[in-house]
Design a protein around this ligand. Structure first.
Ligand code: FAD
Length: 184
């Protein structure tokens, strides 16, 4: 439905976290669309020694192999996986909402609308971008003022949370989380 590409032969369909592994058009696993662990599993050249089995076509891999992949150290300057990219992007987007004027001009409203449309097209996890475009088709960004946009964005983020099985965030708190800070 989201234009996923087929799982290449001999490659796993699911990662250890139970999520589908997303492959690019050329059959390579998409780094920005998968968690680091899933990406490592999909790119593993060989199953680390000590593991008993790895039925890669159905996506199962021995627990010992997983442990080995999961415990591989991660350099600080590695390209982002889907989670790091997501966290950084949400921080950016909610901060945009926090700094958006309470009384934006027509031009500012138009700029934000245009930005969100372009954002949804160029977001580097293309798989996520497709989902977000779909959300935006049904739920046009509300840009009339800061509060409206902050809440719209909170709802958009919650739609992704829901898709990923994460708890919903209480949107009454968006401004405390992203602008004013928590009460002491
Ligand atoms: P994040 O979801 O990144 O949230 C960061 C912080 O924001 C949280 O710690 C919390 O304090 C706060 N927060 C949480 N929810 C809300 C909310 N509703 N409103 C305001 N603040 C909130 N990942 C996928 O695997 N598949 C996808 O299809 C996918 N689509 C994405 C689409 C977009 C546009 C973006 C930006 C990211 C997408 N992601 C996707 C990444 C995913 O949303 C998370 O960023 C990632 O899983 C890391 O999650 P996290 O638990 O660290 O917290």
């Amino acid at each position: 439905e989201l234009n996923e590409y087929p799982v290449p032969e001999g490659k796993p369909a699911f990662g250890p976290d139970g999520r589908k592994i997303i492959y690019d058009e050329d059959g390579k696993p998409c780094r920005t669309c998968n968690s680091l662990l899933n990406f490592r599993m999909a790119t593993a050249k060989e199953i680390p020694k000590g593991s008993k089995s790895a039925s890669s076509s159905v996506g199962t891999i021995a627990a010992t192999s997983m442990a080995a992949l999961a415990s591989k150290p991660v350099a600080k300057d590695c390209p982002p996986d889907v989670e790091e990219l997501g966290r950084s992007t949400w921080t950016f987007l909610h901060s945009v909402a926090a700094m958006y004027p309470e009384h934006p001009t027509d031009d500012q409203q138009q700029e934000l609308k245009t930005f969100m449309v372009i954002f949804s097209k160029i977001y580097p996890c293309w798989f996520c971008a497709k989902g977000f475009q779909k959300f935006m088709k049904k739920n046009e960004p509300k840009v009339t003022n800061q509060e409206e946009f902050g809440r719209w964005l909170c709802d958009a983020h919650n739609a992704v949370n829901e898709k990923l099985g994460k708890p919903k965030f209480d949107c009454n708190l968006w401004k405390k989380r992203w602008k004013d800070g928590w009460d002491d």
